[in-house]
Design a binder for this molecule. Structure first.
Ligand code: C2E
Ligand code: MG
Ligand code: MG
Length: 637
């Protein structure tokens, strides 16, 4: 649209210039004609004067016997014919149009008529000829004056000068017009170049913008197709940029983006394109590559340039980027697909803390597709109550009686089959379904426990796992309290399991949330202990009643049966902090015995029970009136 406007403007200016040139040409023609006509008048007047002078000369020569009467008559005839020509005819119109010309001609004719008979009768040596000359003198003086005035006189020259100055003025005027036209066109071109730059560049960093990037990518692909060559797209996303912005302010954030942009621009070849595609997302089109090794080298170079300490406005910032790369034509042939694949690879690089870049692989798309399908299905499943809970009993190691059951999520997807609980939780968190999922599990587990109670089964606690996002982003206390009131389950019959890592995600708020939960009356269990990085001081501030040793440590005992020192330390630590210990994943009688001897209170594992549906728990609880007995074979069946 803008291009059309520019063309129209240039066209208008050109029309303006052309019409100015044409009109000035016309003007020049007019002045030329005018000058020509003045010259013609002047020339005609001088011809008349010359003819008169020749006639008067002939009269004098006749008086002096120097010219024959016939020659004198001829001169007289010539003068007559000159006057006749001047009086009529198209060519002498300019002469006649001069003021006083017609009257002058009339006077000459009258005088010639008066002297005609005398001249025709003059003979050689007749002194009357001199008298006639004297009589013609005043008329000749008038013709002279007329001639001088129209041709070489001041008035004529003033007129001519005026015409010339008009001519010069017109030329200056035309030059001015052309000059202003040129300036106008230059300004328009400059303005349009500025507009084009603004439309295709990012104002903060000066890099190309998404529009430019996409346009160039299309061109690059067409060129690569024609030349049978390769090109690559790098998607670069900053990690933790939001925190820099929130913590140090937008001015520092902007300066950081500018610094990253200039480092990116310096890292590539002059033919490559670097663009800012959005907030903290950048893109590079790497052209003319022969193999993906070159992409890897560029990604590593970018990583070295950016992942280091940068001083911004006196603050030390440690930027970190994740890079996804996809190569044309290996990974995709269409620009959009190439971009999507680079984006997917970048997403995978972000997920993996150990790598700074990832080359696109086809199975990445499968996993993205799997995520999309599952996220959609999970929403439907939550809406239509299609998820299930199984329950795994936890026994007291001393009495071997069930004291509580842990509710564990099960989801069978019609296309992908069994989806593990950690994957369900991660999909829910990414798809914004964390709150709904946790609320559903809580409600289901608490209602189930109430049903067992109503069926007059022995009273047992139910424990529910809470996902990280539920803990850090939503109001867990409100949901637990709502669930307890909705189901009527006594608060002390509910155990909330939170993993060590989850409590570490928000160290400042953790004690507050946990104390509020305790205030409701629910019990708290620290799940998967040993796999996270919590410190002793952190543990001391948190009101947990149970500590669950992660099953990897229990199962390691099978390999190193004698090495109980780590487990012993954990048990002592938990007891020191006033917590009871639950050992997860007990599969062997020996492990059970060792743990019992070390003072571990509770156990969970296939040795006792596997997770089972709620109706089977009813049977188990019926039998649980007496202690369970097991042997090593039980677990293998
Ligand atoms: P977790 O909370 O530590 O649960 C114990 C896991 O150990 C369960 O796996 C259970 O089946 C398994 N397990 C118990 N005893 C044994 C044993 O003797 N041997 C072996 N090999 N495994 C045993 P599951 O059900 O696959 O759950 C895995 C994890 O998924 C859970 O670990 C928990 O972190 C999470 N999860 C399960 N259900 C939910 C849920 O409803 N909400 C949330 N947020 N997380 C859940
Ligand atoms: Mg658990
Ligand atoms: Mg666990």
């Amino acid at each position: 649209m803008k291009r059309i406007k520019l063309f129209v403007l240039i066209f208008v200016v050109l029309m303006f210039a052309v019409s100015s040139v044409i009109s000035t040409q016309r003007y020049t023609q007019v002045t030329d004609i005018l000058t020509h006509s003045m010259k013609t008048v002047g020339w005609t007047a001088s011809e008349l004067e010359l003819e008169m002078l020749k006639f008067m000369q002939a009269l004098r020569r006749t008086a002096l016997n120097d010219m024959s009467a016939e020659d004198l008559h001829l001169r007289f005839e010539l003068l007559w014919s000159r006057v006749g020509v001047l009086s009529v005819g198209e060519e002498t119109r300019d002469f006649r149009s001069q003021p006083g010309a017609i009257e002058l001609l009339r006077n000459i004719k009258q005088r010639l008529v008066e002297i005609e008979s005398e001249v025709l009768n003059l003979k050689m040596g007749n002194q009357n000829a001199i008298r006639i000359v004297q009589e013609l003198k005043p008329l000749q003086t008038r013709v002279r004056e007329f001639n001088v005035n129209s041709f070489s006189g001041d008035r004529a020259w003033a007129g001519l000068k005026y015409v010339h100055s008009l001519h010069n003025d017109a030329n200056i005027f035309l030059l001015g017009l052309l000059l202003s036209g040129c300036i106008l066109v230059l300004l328009l071109i400059r303005e349009s170049a500025v507009n084009r730059k603004q439309a295709l560049h990012d104002s903060l960093t000066g890099l190309a913008n998404r529009h430019f990037f996409q346009r160039d990518l299309k061109k690059t692909i067409t060129h690569a197709q024609r030349n049978n060559s390769r090109a690559a797209v790098h998607m670069i996303d900053m990690n933790g940029f939001k925190e820099v912005n929130d913590r140090l302010g937008h001015a520092v954030g902007d300066a950081l983006l500018q610094e990253i942009s200039s480092r990116l621009a310096q890292s590539v070849c002059s033919s490559d394109v670097v663009a800012r595609l959005g907030g903290d997302e950048f893109g590079i089109i790497q052209k003319h590559i022969t193999s993906s090794d070159e992409c890897v080298r560029l990604a590593q170079h970018i990583h070295e340039q950016i992942n280091c300490e940068i001083n911004i406005h006196g603050y030390r910032v440690y930027p970190n980027v994740s890079i996804g790369i996809s190569v044309f034509p290996d990974d995709a042939e269409h620009p959009d697909k190439l971009l999507n694949n680079a984006d997917t690879a970048m997403y995978f690089s972000k997920k993996d803390a150990d790598v700074c870049y990832r080359l696109f692989e086809q199975q990445m798309n499968d996993s993205v597709l799997r995520y999309r399908v599952l996220a959609e299905s999970l929403q439907v499943a939550l809406l239509h109550d299609q998820l299930q809970l199984v329950y795994q009993p936890i026994v007291c190691l001393k009495t071997k009686k069930i004291v509580l059951v842990e509710a564990l999520l099960r989801w069978h997807h019609e296309q992908y089959g069994y989806i593990s609980p950690p994957e369900v939780v991660s999909i829910a968190e990414k798809a914004g379904l964390a709150e709904k999922l946790n609320e559903w599990v809580l409600l289901k587990a608490c209602s189930q426990n109430m049903l067992w109670r109503k069926a007059c089964l022995p009273w047992i606690q139910v424990s529910v796992n809470i996902s990280p996002a539920m803990y850090t982003r939503y109001d867990l206390v409100a949901i637990v309290s709502r669930t307890l009131s909705a189901t009527g389950l006594p608060a002390d019959q509910l155990v909330i399991e939170i993993t060590e890592d989850t409590t570490m995600q928000d160290i400042e708020s953790s004690p507050g949330i946990l104390h509020k939960l305790r205030h409701l009356g629910v019990e708290l269990a620290l799940d998967d202990f040993g796999t996270g990085y919590s410190s002793l001081s952190h543990l001391k501030n948190m009101p947990f009643q149970k500590l669950k040793i992660d099953k990897v440590f229990i199962q390691e005992l099978s390999n190193l049966p004698k090495d109980m020192s780590f487990i012993r330390t954990i048990i002592n630590l938990a007891h020191g902090l006033g917590m009871k210990v639950v050992a997860e994943g007990i599969e062997l009688i020996e492990n059970y015995e060792d743990l019992y001897l070390e003072g571990c209170e509770y156990g969970q594992g296939y040795l006792f029970y596997k997770p089972v549906p709620s109706n089977e728990i009813e049977d188990i609880l019926q039998e649980n009136l007496s202690p369970i007995y097991f042997s090593s074979q039980d677990i293998n069946t």
